[in-house]
Every structure is written in C-alpha cells, then in structure tokens.
Design a protein around this ligand. Structure first.
Ligand SMILES: [Zn+2]
Length: 257
C-alpha cells in the first residue's frame, strides 16, 4: 500500500470513530449533558451500551437499528453521521494529503457537520461549539493562514449578520435570524478570512430561501415556521473551503473578461 492510500484509509477509519463520538455530542450538548461521562447508554432503558454494540455503522446494522435490551428504535442519524464523517475525512485526506491543511479541513468540516445536525434537530447553534470554533479558526490562520484576514473575517462575519438582523427587526418587528447564525458566520470568517463572506452569505441565503419556500409550500405550514439556517451556512462554508480559489478566479473572469 502506498503512503497516499494509507493516509486515506486511516483518515476514513478515524472519521468513522469520531463520527460515533459526534453522535454523543449532537445528542448531549443541546441537553446540557457532559459529553465525557457517563459512557454511552440507552436513553430509554438506561442500559450501558457495550463496546461491541458501539462499533460505528456495523453495530447499528447488526442490531437492525434497535436497542439490544429494550428494542427502542435508534435514530438513523447515528449510522448517517458516522458514514458522513468517515467519507468526509477520507475525501479530505485524498484532496489535501498528509499536510497541516488536512488537519484544519478535518477540524472545520467535522465541527460544521455536528453544528448542522444540532441546528437541524433542535433549531439552535450552541455557543459551546461556535465560540471555541472562532478561536480555533484564528489559531489555524495564525499557524498556516493569514491572521489579519481571519480576525477581520470573524468581526465582519458577526457584524454583517448582526446588522442584517437588526435592520430586519426594525422593519418587521420579527426576529429573522438567531444569534447562533452570527457566531457561526464569525467562525467561518475566522477559518477562511473575510474574503469568504460574500460567497457564503449569498449562497446560503439563496439556497436557504429556495429550499425554505419549497418546504413551506410542500408541508403547507404557516409562514412563521422557523427553518434552521445553520446547515446552509455550513454547506456554503465547506464549498468555499474546498474550492474558494476556483470560485474567486471564476468571479474575476466574469467581472474582468
Ligand atoms: Zn434500551
């Protein structure tokens, strides 16, 4: 096996295991529970989950998605997030190879998947993830990036959404966006610099609006239904992180042919 294949395989396997831990984060962080203690247990019958019932992907398949003791259905989010992390980590290793960029990519993408799923399930983005995320983004920029763009990105990321939300509130007297969205955009700005913000804001708003309207239409829910915005921000952020250079140069060739 050559070095490249080895790095991709190890990365994919580690991703599966971190995916398993990420499920614990997605379940416990919004409930204010510790992510370290106690060990995994069934939320219904409280039985501890043995290591052989806690193997990423395999255990869920073997147990057919049910608790071994009480047969409570285990959400498909568990194998989904494990697979998502495994595949993401392997693809990132394939794109970046064994570099410091790979480490940054893995940290950013994993945080974004966890935040997206928490926002999707609960409708909020916990500070305990976004605020350290801002700091981690700045540290990576200081180490291998551009610290000035990063600091400016964090401040502008928060500021732009704050301004939009404040204006929206003044005009409509309704809250349009959550505080969590400001902090997530600050985190994305910290990781990728202020240059990433126009693309992220534009793409996430556009996709969010299209999907949101389609959802309201199909589900026939009232206009006040809140649709989490975090997943759109996260997707747009990932696109920029992976293909920002290509996106920038196609902007340039569009504007200055
Ligand atoms: Zn159980």
């Amino acid at each position: 096996m050559d070095v490249e294949t080895f790095v991709i395989s190890i990365s994919g396997l580690l991703g599966l295991m971190v995916g398993s831990f990420s499920n614990v984060c997605v379940y416990r962080i919004p409930r204010g529970e510790s992510i370290a203690f106690p060990g995994s247990h069934c939320p219904n019958c409280n039985h501890d989950i043995a290591w052989y019932d806690n193997i990423p992907l395999l255990s869920w398949l073997i147990l057919k998605g049910k608790c071994r003791h009480c047969s409570l259905a285990i959400s498909a989010r568990y194998p989904f997030l494990e697979m998502l992390m495994g595949i993401s980590w392997a693809l990132l290793a394939w794109k970046f190879g064994p570099t410091s960029m790979l480490l940054e990519a893995i940290v950013l993408v994993s945080l974004l998947w966890i935040l997206s799923l928490i926002d999707y399930e609960t409708g909020y983005l916990p500070d305990i993830l976004t605020l350290p995320g801002v700091l981690i983004g700045i540290l990576f920029a200081w180490w291998i990036g551009d610290i000035e763009s990063s600091l400016l990105g964090a401040v502008l990321g928060y500021g732009v959404f704050w301004l939009v939300a404040t204006l929206f509130f003044l005009v409509t007297k309704k809250e349009g966006m959550g505080q969590g969205d400001f902090k997530l955009l600050a985190m994305l700005g910290a990781f990728m610099g202020w240059q990433a913000l126009p693309f992220i804001v534009f793409t996430s708003s556009l996709v969010g609006a299209v999907v949101g309207l389609a959802y309201l239409k199909l589900s026939k829910q009232g206009k006040d239904t809140e649709i989490p915005f975090g997943p759109y921000l996260a997707m747009a952020g990932m696109l920029w992180f992976l293909w920002g250079h290509e996106i920038l140069s196609s902007y340039r060739s569009l504007l200055f042919p």
